[in-house]
Design a protein around this ligand. Structure first.
Ligand code: CA2
Length: 145
């Protein structure tokens, strides 16, 4: 039976492919969504893929995931480095949450080296471009088998 996984994306990720290709590559968020759907077919996962620029919306979606999904992959964008609300929301739900980043945040500016949400997450994947999302889906498939 297929399992639903939420793939949540935070602020500015809707701009992927339009600016900063040197850091984030040329793929749009729609390209990443399509890659996630293909991987979902291979892994027996139904992908619910969403993006919001608003912190509270991401909190609401994490709560919703606890009712509807077996796990969550989240690229919280810049909220990764600032959001106690997302940390608390991840702690508040019982399904596993994996933090995802396209870039290697540890090889970038100092302010990106700390994640407020990582301690609440099952694991963290960063630095593999759009493949980071596919690795997170593989991890979710494996730990929810
Ligand atoms: O590497 C990642 O996936 C990030 O989560 C991307 C965030 C950044 O704030 C995190 O530190 C690392 C940025 C989202 C995309 O921002 C854009 C900015 C300009 C043009 C296109 C995208």
């Amino acid at each position: 039976m297929s399992k639903t996984v939420f793939v949540l994306n935070g602020p500015n990720l809707n701009m992927l492919g339009k600016r900063e290709p040197g850091i984030y590559g040329g793929n749009t968020l729609q390209d990443i969504e399509s890659d996630c759907r293909k991987a979902g077919d291979d892994y027996g996962l139904t992908i619910d893929f969403r993006q919001s620029n608003h912190e509270g919306v991401l909190v609401d979606w994490l709560h919703e995931a606890s009712e509807k999904a077996v796990g969550v992959a989240i690229n919280a964008g810049a909220y990764t480095h600032t959001s106690v609300a997302l940390h608390d929301a991840i702690r508040a739900i019982s399904v596993p949450v994996i933090e995802v980043h396209i870039s290697n945040v540890h090889a970038r500016e100092e302010f990106r080296h700390h994640s407020k949400i990582a301690p609440a997450c099952k694991g963290v994947i960063c630095g593999f471009g759009p493949t980071s999302y596919i690795l997170a889906l593989y991890a979710l498939k494996s730990i929810t088998d």
